[in-house]
Structure formats: C-alpha cells, structure tokens
Design a protein around this ligand. Structure first.
Ligand code: SAH
Length: 252
C-alpha cells in the first residue's frame, strides 16, 4: 500500500511550540484529519483536503484516516500536545489492530509534540524534575474505581501527578472527588498547580495547596499538577512561586 498516516502532535497551542518535523508533516499531507479546533490551528493550504470532526468521534476519525491512507492518500491525523499522550496514536493503533489486514502495511509515523504537562511544568518551575506520573481523570473509557485506585496508589508511592482532562461540563464532579480522595493521603500544604490554556493568549496559572485547592479553577483546558511532600516552593516578590521537585528523595 502506498498511503501513509502521520500522527502529528501540534503542541500545547502556540505555533512556536510546533516542531519543525510536525510542520513538515502537515505541509506534506494531502488530507488533514482531526478535531475541528485543532485543525483550525493548522495553516490552510488550497491543495489540501481538511476533514474536521467532533471531539468524541475519535475511533471513527482513526478508521477514516486509515481508509483514506488505504486509498493512497497521505494523511496527517492531528492531536494537541503529544499524539501518544491521551490522544490519537493509541486510537489509530486500536483501529489498525481491529481493522482490515492490509491496514498493517500502511506507512505510519508518530510525530511527537510538546505535551501539556511539559508546557505547564515549564511555566511553574521544574515540578516534573523527578519521579512523576500522568493520569487522565476522564472516566469515559475507564471506570471511576480504576481512576481512584491509580490516584491513591500514585500519591502513596510519592509520585508527582499530572492530571489530564480534570474537568468539563459533562464531567463536573471528578476533580473534587480526586482532591477528597487525596486529602487523607497527602498533607494539606502539598502544592497543587492549575495551568490553563498554557502558551495561548488565555493562559492562566494558579498555585495553591491541597488543603485549599478549588476544583472550580479547572476547565477542559487545564492541566492540574499535584505535588508531593518533598516538593519545594520558592516564593518570589510580585510573582507566583517557583515549584520544583528536588533531586534527592529520602527513604521515608
Ligand atoms: N495529547 C495532549 C492531551 C490531550 S487530553 C497532550 O499531550 O497534551 C486533553 C487535556 O490536555 C486537557 O483536558 C488538559 O488537561 C490538557 N491540555 C491540553 N492543552 C493544554 C494547554 N494548552 N494547557 C493546559 N492543559 C492542556
């Protein structure tokens, strides 16, 4: 088969955070496929076909990309951030595994991007400088019990936690439930950061602690970072503090 699919990470928002490799893959494509607001971030080119879709139609979008490629098209399937982090690369491989056997001969390339946790961490200091994990708070594809078990396990194990998909209109209660679950495990002064729409003109960063963390500060463009008892905070005059993960951990 001659068709190809590049699964392209667009980064967190600002075009300056798009890698040159991702830009080249977007320019080379005959067809662009993705969630409409993400496609809107890609410069238009009159010779390319654009196929915007709804946010929830991920599996359908991945199958559509595979069909286009099987017809010989060169497809860029776009994701925000990194396409391998809670995004289209897994969805595409699910479609390939379940799909027509000749889809396995398609030329597929995953082009990494700057994930929201890296962009958010860079604004805050170095909170992911040592052991951390990323958890999606969405219970659309996994039961809440699984989310809750992983959160509690990560907190008990001393990981900094990057929470993706913390809150949306359809999922209003999960972040509050996550804070309630973590409060008996982590001390109240544990730092918590809310980083919203990082690298875009609407960027907002708010640093607080677990005792006071208010879920209302998050929306679907927020990355929530939950620190550990070891996390350091450097206060600054007239600026929000730097948060960083120290290089050494104690045995406690
Ligand atoms: N593949 C993406 C994640 C998609 S899941 C990545 O690697 O970044 C969508 C979630 O990503 C959002 O709910 C939010 O938690 C986070 N996110 C995406 N863009 C963001 C940004 N600019 N600032 C903060 N969080 C962002």
């Amino acid at each position: 088969m001659t068709g190809r699919i590049a699964v392209v990470g667009l980064g967190p928002g600002d075009p300056g955070h798009l890698t040159p490799r991702a830009s080249a893959a977007l320019a080379d494509a005959t067809d662009l496929v993705g969630y409409a607001p993400y496609l809107a971030r890609v410069p238009t080119c009159p010779t390319q076909r654009r196929h915007p879709s709804d946010n929830r139609a991920e599996s359908e979008r991945a199958r559509f990309a595979a069909h286009l490629a099987a017809d010989g098209r060169s497809v860029a399937l776009v994701s925000s951030g990194d396409p391998g982090v809670f995004a289209m690369a897994s969805t595409l491989f699910e479609a390939i595994e379940a799909g027509a056997s000749d889809w396995r001969t398609l030329d597929i390339e995953i082009i990494p991007g700057i994930s929201a946790m890296c962009a958010a961490a860079a604004r805050i200091g170095a909170p992911l400088g040592h052991d951390f994990c990323a958890i999606s708070l969405s219970d659309n594809l996994k039961p809440w019990e699984v989310v809750a078990r992983r959160l509690a396990g990560a907190a008990r194990a001393g990981f900094v936690i990057a929470l993706y998909n913390p809150r949306s209109r359809a999922r209003p209660w999960q972040l509050g439930a996550a804070f309630d679950l973590l409060r008996p495990i982590l001390p109240a002064p544990t730092p918590v950061a809310f980083a919203t729409a990082v690298t875009t003109p609407e960027e907002r960063v708010h640093i607080t602690d677990l005792g006071q963390a208010d879920p209302a500060l998050a929306d679907m463009r927020t990355l929530v970072l939950i620190g550990t008892r070891e996390m350091r905070l450097i206060e600054r005059p007239a600026a929000s503090p730097w948060l960083y993960a120290p290089r050494r951990s104690s045995a406690a």
